[in-house]
Ligand binder design. Structure first.
Ligand code: IMP
Ligand code: MG
Length: 185
């Protein structure tokens, strides 16, 4: 798996120090309110596990399962399920956590849906941010790292469902992309 990585963008130590710095701000912000952290599956699973352990305030955790860009649907339309029940959102201060803010469509659509379901406030938190790729007017209220326009894998982020378990963030070797796109391994 490591052989498929062209170069390391963020090593483990750098990742943890980036998380520590936003966790301190989040701890102050959410010290005295009812907080629900909504983690977007699957990509944010590793990030959210490290993040919430650095926010020592009472909080609930829920998961959002978002299917977007499906065949036959308009870009930007979103089928959102909240797990386990969706009851953790109404009347709550919500921190919406995703792995990466790319076009911004996923985050924008989920944020709107959470307000529609009665959240008092929804702030966005992205592990990575690729601002040059943005297609909608959204910014992360909190983000750990801005990265250049490369396809990143590891620390939760996948390519074709794989590489989420890499402990660092790396850029995939172009041959791996191309082999996969042409139907190879
Ligand atoms: P957006 O709606 O275009 O912002 O897409 C966000 C989603 O696209 C993320 O949650 C990721 O699943 C995926 N994505 C975008 N860029 C990357 C990347 O560089 N590596 C892995 N997944 C990515
Ligand atoms: Mg994702």
């Amino acid at each position: 798996m490591h052989d498929d990585i062209d170069r390391i963008l963020l090593d483990e130590a750098r990742i943890i120090s980036g998380i520590d710095s936003i966790a301190a701000e989040l701890t102050e912000l959410y010290r005295n309110v009812d907080l629900t952290v909504v983690a977007v599956l699957k990509g944010s699973c590793v990030f959210v596990a490290d993040l919430i352990r650095r926010i020592p305030v009472p909080l609930q955790l829920a998961f959002a399962c978002a299917e977007s860009y499906r065949q036959g649907t308009e870009p930007g339309t979103l089928d959102l399920r909240l797990l386990p029940h969706g009851e953790e959102v109404a009347g709550q201060y919500v921190l919406l956590v995703d792995d990466i803010l790319d076009s911004g469509r996923t985050m924008e659509a989920i944020q709107k849906e959470l307000f529609d379901r009665g959240a008092l406030d929804v702030k966005t938190c992205a592990f990575l941010d690729k601002p040059v790729r943005r297609q909608v007017d959204i910014r992360a209220d909190f983000r750990c790292f801005e990265i250049e326009d490369v396809f990143a894998v590891g620390y939760g982020l996948d390519f074709a469902g794989k590489y989420r378990n890499l402990p660092y963030v790396g850029a995939l070797r172009p041959e791996v992309f191309n082999a996969s796109l042409s139907g190879g391994a």
